[in-house]
Design a binder for this molecule. Structure first.
Ligand code: DC
Length: 214
C-alpha cells in the first residue's frame, strides 16, 4: 500500500504522515528532507540556489546529512524551495523516491508532488491544507519554542513566498492530484487531523476494494 501526502509548508502533513505510517505499519519518507539536503549542500558550497548548474551540484550528499537537525531551519527550507524549482534537481531525486514508494512493504511519502508525479498510482492520496495565517502561527510558535528571535509578519511573508514558488514553478508544482482527498487542518488539533486522515485513507481503501474485490 502506498499513501501519498502532499501540501504546503506547516500544513501538518509531516506529523500526519508519520502518524499514518505508524498506524498502518509502513515505512515513511519525508521527501522535503532530500530537497533540504540539496539546499544545505549548495549553501555549504557557496553556490547560488537559483542557478541550475550550482543547484544540481548539491544533489550529491552523504545520507547521514538527512538526520541533521540543522536541515529543518526556515533558512534551509527556503534554499530547498529554490533548488527544487530546477528540473535537473528533481530528476536527480526522482528514482530514490520512486524506489522508496514501490518497495514491497509499501510506504508513506510526504512532499509536494507525491500524488501527482512520484506515486501517481498511490492507493490513497491526501492533500493537506490550512490557511496561511494558521500555518504562520504554528511555524512562529515552533520557532519561538526553539528560542529563535522571530517576527510573526516575517514568518507569514516567508510562508506566502514559499507557497508562491512551490505552486507556480513549471516542473511538478504543488497541487492536489485529481483523485486526492482534501484535508483542511486550519481548525483541527493535530490528533483530530490524524484521526480524519486515517478515516480518509480507510474510506479510500474500502472504495478501491469495492471497485476491485480481487
Ligand atoms: O516539506 P519541506 O518544507 O521540508 O520542503 C522544503 C522544500 O522542498 C519545499 O518548499 C519545496 C521542496 N519540495 C519539493 O519541491 N518537492 C517535494 N516532494 C518535497 C519538497
Amino acid at each position: 500500500m502506498i499513501i501519498a501526502v502532499d501540501g504546503p509548508t506547516a500544513s501538518g502533513k509531516g506529523t500526519i504522515s508519520k502518524r499514518l505510517a505508524a498506524h498502518f505499519d509502513l515505512p515513511f519518507l519525508d521527501t522535503g528532507m532530500l530537497y533540504r539536503a540539496v539546499g544545505w549542500t549548495v549553501k555549504q558550497q557557496g553556490g547560488n540556489p537559483d542557478d541550475e548548474n550550482d543547484a544540481v551540484k548539491g544533489c550529491v550528499f552523504d545520507d547521514g546529512l538527512l538526520d541533521d537537525a540543522a536541515l529543518r531551519s526556515e533558512g534551509i527550507g527556503s534554499y530547498a524551495s529554490k533548488v527544487s524549482v530546477h528540473p535537473s534537481v528533481r530528476t536527480a531525486l526522482d528514482k530514490r523516491q520512486r524506489d522508496f514508494a514501490n518497495q514491497a512493504k509499501g510506504a508513506v511519502l510526504d512532499g509536494r508532488d507525491i500524488g501527482t508525479v512520484i506515486a501517481p498510482n498511490a492507493d490513497a492520496k491526501l492533500f493537506v491544507i490550512a490557511s496561511p495565517e494558521a500555518r504562520a502561527v504554528r511555524r512562529f510558535e515552533e520557532m519561538i519554542s526553539r528560542g529563535e528571535d522571530v517576527n510573526f509578519d516575517d514568518v507569514l511573508a516567508d510562508i506566502l513566498k514559499r507557497d508562491d514558488r512551490d505552486q507556480n514553478r513549471a516542473t511538478a508544482p504543488l497541487k492536489p492530484a485529481e483523485d486526492a482527498d482534501l484535508l483542511d487542518t486550519t481548525e483541527l488539533t493535530i490528533d483530530a487531523a490524524v484521526q480524519q486522515a486515517i478515516a480518509l485513507v480507510n474510506a479510500k481503501l474500502s472504495r478501491r476494494r469495492d471497485k476491485d474485490p480481487a
